[in-house]
Design a protein around this ligand. Structure first.
Ligand code: 13P
Length: 249
Protein backbone atom coordinates (compact mmCIF):
# COMPACT_ATOMS: atom_id res chain seq x y z
CA UNK A 1 0.00 0.00 0.00
CA UNK A 2 1.19 3.49 -0.79
CA UNK A 3 2.28 5.14 2.47
CA UNK A 4 2.80 8.71 3.55
CA UNK A 5 6.40 8.96 4.65
CA UNK A 6 8.63 11.68 6.06
CA UNK A 7 12.28 10.67 6.38
CA UNK A 8 15.10 12.76 7.84
CA UNK A 9 18.53 12.41 6.28
CA UNK A 10 20.88 13.81 8.90
CA UNK A 11 23.84 13.49 6.49
CA UNK A 12 27.21 14.02 8.27
CA UNK A 13 25.78 16.06 11.13
CA UNK A 14 25.45 15.76 14.93
CA UNK A 15 27.61 13.98 17.50
CA UNK A 16 26.40 10.67 18.91
CA UNK A 17 25.03 12.37 22.04
CA UNK A 18 23.39 15.24 20.11
CA UNK A 19 21.91 12.70 17.69
CA UNK A 20 20.47 10.67 20.57
CA UNK A 21 18.95 13.86 21.98
CA UNK A 22 17.46 14.80 18.61
CA UNK A 23 16.01 11.29 18.26
CA UNK A 24 14.47 11.51 21.70
CA UNK A 25 12.90 14.91 20.90
CA UNK A 26 11.50 13.51 17.66
CA UNK A 27 10.05 10.51 19.50
CA UNK A 28 8.33 12.80 22.03
CA UNK A 29 6.82 15.03 19.37
CA UNK A 30 5.93 12.13 17.07
CA UNK A 31 2.89 11.49 19.26
CA UNK A 32 1.31 14.49 17.51
CA UNK A 33 1.64 12.76 14.13
CA UNK A 34 -0.85 10.23 12.80
CA UNK A 35 -0.91 8.18 9.62
CA UNK A 36 2.63 9.09 8.58
CA UNK A 37 5.64 6.78 8.67
CA UNK A 38 8.51 8.68 10.28
CA UNK A 39 12.09 7.63 9.59
CA UNK A 40 15.41 9.08 10.75
CA UNK A 41 18.72 8.36 9.01
CA UNK A 42 21.67 9.30 11.26
CA UNK A 43 25.34 8.54 10.52
CA UNK A 44 26.51 4.92 10.99
CA UNK A 45 28.18 5.67 14.33
CA UNK A 46 24.84 6.73 15.79
CA UNK A 47 22.69 3.79 14.71
CA UNK A 48 22.85 1.67 17.87
CA UNK A 49 22.33 4.60 20.22
CA UNK A 50 19.53 6.15 18.17
CA UNK A 51 17.92 2.72 17.85
CA UNK A 52 17.67 2.59 21.66
CA UNK A 53 15.96 5.99 21.69
CA UNK A 54 13.45 4.89 19.06
CA UNK A 55 12.43 1.64 20.76
CA UNK A 56 8.68 1.36 21.24
CA UNK A 57 8.03 4.52 19.20
CA UNK A 58 6.54 5.02 15.75
CA UNK A 59 9.85 6.35 14.42
CA UNK A 60 11.90 3.94 12.32
CA UNK A 61 15.64 3.89 11.71
CA UNK A 62 17.52 4.10 8.43
CA UNK A 63 21.15 4.18 7.34
CA UNK A 64 22.34 6.64 4.70
CA UNK A 65 24.26 4.07 2.65
CA UNK A 66 25.52 0.49 2.81
CA UNK A 67 28.36 -1.54 1.36
CA UNK A 68 27.98 -3.22 -2.01
CA UNK A 69 29.48 -6.43 -0.63
CA UNK A 70 28.25 -8.73 2.12
CA UNK A 71 31.39 -8.84 4.31
CA UNK A 72 35.15 -9.18 4.20
CA UNK A 73 38.19 -7.06 3.37
CA UNK A 74 36.50 -3.76 2.51
CA UNK A 75 38.15 -1.24 4.82
CA UNK A 76 35.88 1.55 5.90
CA UNK A 77 32.69 -0.02 4.56
CA UNK A 78 29.59 -0.93 6.57
CA UNK A 79 27.60 -3.99 5.54
CA UNK A 80 23.82 -4.10 5.24
CA UNK A 81 23.88 -6.99 7.74
CA UNK A 82 25.58 -4.73 10.33
CA UNK A 83 23.10 -1.94 9.69
CA UNK A 84 20.15 -4.27 10.20
CA UNK A 85 21.83 -5.71 13.29
CA UNK A 86 22.16 -2.18 14.69
CA UNK A 87 18.38 -1.81 14.54
CA UNK A 88 17.73 -0.15 11.18
CA UNK A 89 14.96 -1.23 8.85
CA UNK A 90 15.62 1.20 5.98
CA UNK A 91 18.65 2.31 3.97
CA UNK A 92 19.01 5.34 1.71
CA UNK A 93 20.70 4.38 -1.58
CA UNK A 94 21.96 6.41 -4.51
CA UNK A 95 21.82 9.82 -2.88
CA UNK A 96 23.21 12.40 -5.31
CA UNK A 97 25.99 13.25 -2.84
CA UNK A 98 27.12 9.59 -2.98
CA UNK A 99 26.87 9.60 -6.77
CA UNK A 100 28.72 12.90 -7.09
CA UNK A 101 31.44 12.72 -4.39
CA UNK A 102 32.00 8.96 -4.12
CA UNK A 103 31.54 7.90 -7.70
CA UNK A 104 28.54 5.67 -7.08
CA UNK A 105 27.31 4.31 -10.37
CA UNK A 106 24.28 2.24 -11.26
CA UNK A 107 26.26 -1.04 -11.18
CA UNK A 108 27.28 -0.36 -7.56
CA UNK A 109 23.74 0.59 -6.65
CA UNK A 110 22.43 -2.67 -8.05
CA UNK A 111 24.76 -4.57 -5.72
CA UNK A 112 23.65 -2.41 -2.80
CA UNK A 113 20.01 -3.11 -3.60
CA UNK A 114 20.78 -6.84 -3.44
CA UNK A 115 22.48 -6.39 -0.06
CA UNK A 116 19.55 -4.41 1.34
CA UNK A 117 16.97 -7.00 0.36
CA UNK A 118 19.17 -9.87 1.58
CA UNK A 119 19.16 -8.22 5.00
CA UNK A 120 15.56 -7.02 5.17
CA UNK A 121 16.43 -3.36 4.75
CA UNK A 122 13.93 -1.35 2.74
CA UNK A 123 15.80 0.87 0.27
CA UNK A 124 14.93 4.54 -0.03
CA UNK A 125 16.25 4.85 -3.56
CA UNK A 126 17.20 8.36 -4.73
CA UNK A 127 17.01 9.72 -8.25
CA UNK A 128 17.21 13.25 -9.60
CA UNK A 129 18.75 15.47 -12.22
CA UNK A 130 21.43 18.15 -12.03
CA UNK A 131 20.81 21.80 -12.84
CA UNK A 132 22.22 21.68 -16.38
CA UNK A 133 20.12 18.60 -17.11
CA UNK A 134 16.96 20.40 -15.99
CA UNK A 135 17.91 23.55 -17.92
CA UNK A 136 18.43 21.56 -21.09
CA UNK A 137 15.12 19.79 -20.52
CA UNK A 138 16.77 16.39 -20.09
CA UNK A 139 15.44 15.74 -16.58
CA UNK A 140 12.88 13.18 -17.72
CA UNK A 141 15.39 11.07 -19.63
CA UNK A 142 17.96 11.29 -16.81
CA UNK A 143 15.53 10.11 -14.16
CA UNK A 144 14.14 7.41 -16.46
CA UNK A 145 17.63 6.02 -17.11
CA UNK A 146 18.45 6.06 -13.38
CA UNK A 147 15.38 3.90 -12.75
CA UNK A 148 15.78 1.64 -15.77
CA UNK A 149 19.39 0.83 -14.85
CA UNK A 150 18.61 -0.08 -11.23
CA UNK A 151 15.08 -0.43 -9.85
CA UNK A 152 13.92 -2.12 -13.07
CA UNK A 153 16.19 -5.05 -12.15
CA UNK A 154 14.17 -5.81 -9.02
CA UNK A 155 11.72 -8.67 -8.83
CA UNK A 156 8.06 -7.83 -8.25
CA UNK A 157 8.15 -8.62 -4.56
CA UNK A 158 11.21 -6.47 -3.97
CA UNK A 159 9.80 -3.65 -6.03
CA UNK A 160 6.70 -3.75 -3.84
CA UNK A 161 8.86 -2.71 -0.88
CA UNK A 162 11.12 -0.05 -2.37
CA UNK A 163 10.61 3.67 -1.67
CA UNK A 164 11.67 6.19 -4.32
CA UNK A 165 12.97 9.65 -3.45
CA UNK A 166 13.07 12.26 -6.20
CA UNK A 167 15.74 14.79 -5.28
CA UNK A 168 16.65 17.37 -7.91
CA UNK A 169 20.32 18.12 -7.25
CA UNK A 170 19.75 21.84 -7.84
CA UNK A 171 17.30 21.92 -4.92
CA UNK A 172 19.43 20.11 -2.34
CA UNK A 173 20.71 22.44 0.36
CA UNK A 174 20.25 25.43 -1.92
CA UNK A 175 17.01 26.85 -0.53
CA UNK A 176 15.62 26.50 -4.06
CA UNK A 177 12.68 24.10 -3.94
CA UNK A 178 10.97 22.54 -6.93
CA UNK A 179 7.58 24.18 -7.37
CA UNK A 180 4.61 21.97 -6.49
CA UNK A 181 3.87 21.78 -10.26
CA UNK A 182 7.42 20.69 -11.09
CA UNK A 183 7.32 18.09 -8.32
CA UNK A 184 3.96 16.68 -9.38
CA UNK A 185 5.00 16.59 -13.03
CA UNK A 186 8.10 14.52 -12.45
CA UNK A 187 6.62 12.36 -9.69
CA UNK A 188 3.81 11.40 -12.08
CA UNK A 189 6.46 10.70 -14.72
CA UNK A 190 8.39 8.49 -12.28
CA UNK A 191 5.23 6.53 -11.51
CA UNK A 192 4.46 6.14 -15.24
CA UNK A 193 8.02 4.97 -15.84
CA UNK A 194 7.79 2.42 -13.02
CA UNK A 195 4.46 1.25 -14.45
CA UNK A 196 6.17 0.44 -17.77
CA UNK A 197 7.94 -2.37 -15.94
CA UNK A 198 5.78 -3.13 -12.90
CA UNK A 199 2.29 -2.22 -14.09
CA UNK A 200 -0.35 -1.37 -11.50
CA UNK A 201 2.11 -2.08 -8.68
CA UNK A 202 3.61 1.35 -9.35
CA UNK A 203 0.44 2.87 -7.90
CA UNK A 204 1.47 1.45 -4.54
CA UNK A 205 4.98 2.92 -4.54
CA UNK A 206 5.69 5.81 -2.20
CA UNK A 207 7.56 8.55 -4.06
CA UNK A 208 9.12 11.17 -1.78
CA UNK A 209 10.29 14.65 -2.69
CA UNK A 210 13.64 15.93 -1.40
CA UNK A 211 15.41 19.27 -1.81
CA UNK A 212 15.00 22.29 0.50
CA UNK A 213 11.71 20.96 1.83
CA UNK A 214 10.74 22.80 5.00
CA UNK A 215 7.68 23.51 7.19
CA UNK A 216 6.75 26.50 4.98
CA UNK A 217 6.63 24.63 1.65
CA UNK A 218 5.86 21.03 2.66
CA UNK A 219 2.10 21.44 2.53
CA UNK A 220 1.98 22.67 -1.07
CA UNK A 221 4.32 19.86 -2.14
CA UNK A 222 2.49 17.09 -0.27
CA UNK A 223 -0.89 18.19 -1.65
CA UNK A 224 0.05 16.72 -5.03
CA UNK A 225 -1.35 13.31 -5.76
CA UNK A 226 1.96 11.69 -6.68
CA UNK A 227 4.00 13.25 -3.87
CA UNK A 228 3.78 10.81 -0.96
CA UNK A 229 6.05 12.61 1.45
CA UNK A 230 9.56 13.96 1.79
CA UNK A 231 13.20 13.09 2.28
CA UNK A 232 14.36 15.99 4.41
CA UNK A 233 17.95 17.17 4.90
CA UNK A 234 18.60 20.41 6.78
CA UNK A 235 15.13 20.76 8.29
CA UNK A 236 15.30 17.25 9.75
CA UNK A 237 17.97 18.36 12.21
CA UNK A 238 15.40 20.31 14.23
CA UNK A 239 12.73 18.15 15.84
CA UNK A 240 10.12 20.93 15.63
CA UNK A 241 10.66 21.46 11.90
CA UNK A 242 10.78 17.75 11.13
CA UNK A 243 7.51 17.14 12.95
CA UNK A 244 5.91 20.24 11.43
CA UNK A 245 6.74 18.81 7.99
CA UNK A 246 5.19 15.46 8.98
CA UNK A 247 2.04 17.30 10.03
CA UNK A 248 1.77 19.01 6.62
CA UNK A 249 -0.29 16.32 4.89
P1 13P B 1 17.98 19.56 2.05
O1 13P B 1 16.60 19.33 2.64
O2 13P B 1 18.96 20.06 3.06
O3 13P B 1 17.93 20.36 0.80
O4 13P B 1 18.54 18.10 1.64
C1 13P B 1 17.73 17.24 0.92
C2 13P B 1 18.39 15.93 0.87
O5 13P B 1 19.41 15.78 0.22
C3 13P B 1 17.79 14.82 1.62
O6 13P B 1 18.37 13.60 1.30
Amino acid sequence: MRKKIVAGNWKMNTSVSKGAQLASEIVNKSKEVEGVTLIVAPPFTHLTKVSEQLKGSQVALSAQNCAAEASGAYTGEVAALMIADAGASYCILGHSERREYYGEVDATLNKKLVQCFANNLIPIFCVGEKLDERESNRHFEVVKAQLQNTVFNLGEEEFGKVIIAYEPVWAIGTGKTATPEQAQEIHAFIRETLALKFGAKAEETSILYGGSCNPANAKSLFLNKDVDGGLIGGASLKADDFIAIAKSF
